[in-house]
Design a protein around this ligand. Structure first.
Ligand SMILES: C[S@@+](CC[C@H](N)C(=O)[O-])C[C@H]1O[C@@H](n2cnc3c(N)ncnc32)[C@H](O)[C@@H]1O
Length: 357
């Protein structure tokens, strides 16, 4: 094996990465990235950092050396310095995202080979019988398990926000044409609601939309009771919040648009169709738009962000990301009309627009 291929093989065999992810989890425990960020341009020496992190100095130095080799931090004249990457990872959402990947996702991926083997490599992975359940000893589906394990519920929300951070939103200029498709033609006499963010988590999409557009209508965030209850200071938000189970009929009639961001990918086709069927009676023909903000898998040139999310879906929910053909089939089976797919360079998720037939 030549040098470059041998180096790549070490990445593939996880020799480098498994230590790195363990060190990132340690870094969260002892607030390592925060200490480096706070030290700023002065950096910090081994003894001082060992004291701040409560770590044996020799152990700390070994861990730091691997982080330096992995280009996470730097070392100069006897002092450690953070980098743009480690400073970014010091943010709360990345800290919780590291916890989610280490404590929830990694054990689920670890059982993949055994889980596949036991099923003769023809596993029938379902919501209640998949790698997540095998790894975490539960019969609960993913979202119920998250509610039953509150720290993981928080971490999952942080993971989703970190997954999206720094990437164009569905409503960023050049992506979905918000002005032309939503704002022009919006008629508050039909319903004063411009946008319903269905299953919008704690509202990061609604917040981003609100910051980017001087919108003429109301914005409403919907999610499960537990998620809506966990939102602090609702009065201060530039949108309304309400608990809604998307397997029941949509209560807001004839809004201009209903955004379902990473919703259908959590469910199999039958459940996805039921979610759309529960939305359908609320749609006004020729007016309401359904916006599915989802990964559309390319067969020829799949993006790593798309395929790794596909693997996350298999690990946690026993479901999958879909190709364009598969999306069109679900939309048609729910009795809706496919309109168009909007993409943005370098972003894994597209906007699939649909409407009433
Ligand atoms: C993958 S997250 C996507 C969140 C957000 N739309 C985003 O893109 O970041 C799926 C969301 O669906 C919500 N959810 C799951 N089951 C639900 C149900 N039956 N009714 C309403 N929301 C639900 C979850 O609480 C979670 O916020």
């Amino acid at each position: 094996m030549c040098g470059e291929i041998a180096l790549r093989a070490c990445f593939v065999t996880d020799e480098f990465q498994s230590a790195l992810s363990a060190h990132c989890k340690y870094a969260v425990q002892v607030k390592l990235f925060q200490h480096l960020r706070d030290a700023g341009d002065d950096g910090v020496g081994s003894e001082e950092l060992a004291e701040k992190t409560g770590t044996d100095v020799l152990l700390l130095e070994r861990i730091m050396r691997h982080l330096i080799a992995m280009k996470m931090i730097t070392f100069f004249k006897g002092r450690f310095f953070g980098t743009a990457l480690s400073h970014g990872l010091a943010a709360d959402n990345y800290q919780q995202s590291i916890d989610f990947c280490y404590d929830v996702a990694r054990p689920a991926f670890n059982v993949f080979p055994e889980h596949f083997k036991k099923a003769g490599y023809r596993p029938r992975i379902t919501f209640t019988n998949g790698p997540l359940q095998a790894a975490h000893g539960t019969d609960l589906p993913f979202f119920d398990w998250l509610v039953a394990t509150p720290p993981h519920l928080e971490e999952f929300d942080a993971f989703m926000s970190a997954y999206r951070a720094g990437k164009a939103d569905w409503c960023s200029p050049g992506f979905y044409p918000v002005e032309e498709q939503l704002i022009q033609g919006f008629d508050p006499s039909i319903n004063e609601v411009l946008l319903v963010d269905v299953g919008g988590g704690r509202g990061h999409d609604t917040l981003s939309f609100s910051a980017q557009y001087a919108h003429p209508g109301k914005l409403v965030l919907q999610d499960r009771e537990a998620v809506i209850t966990s939102i602090q200071d609702k009065e201060a938000l530039p949108f309304g919040c309400e608990a809604h189970d998307f397997f029941t009929p949509q209560p807001i009639q004839a809004a201009r648009a209903y955004l379902l961001h990473s919703i259908l990918h959590d469910w199999d086709d039958e459940a996805g169709i039921r979610i759309l069927e529960n939305l359908k009676p609320a749609l006004k023909a020729g007016y309401s738009r359904v916006l599915l903000n989802e990964i559309v898998l390319s067969e020829e040139n799949p993006m790593i962000a798309a395929t790794s999310m596909d693997m996350m879906m298999m690990a946690h929910m026993g479901v999958r990301e879909r190709t364009e053909v598969e999306w069109k089939a679900i939309i048609a089976k729910a009795g809706l009309r496919f309109v168009r797919i909007y993409d943005y360079p370098g972003v894994a998720e597209s906007v699939i627009e649909a409407e009433l037939l």
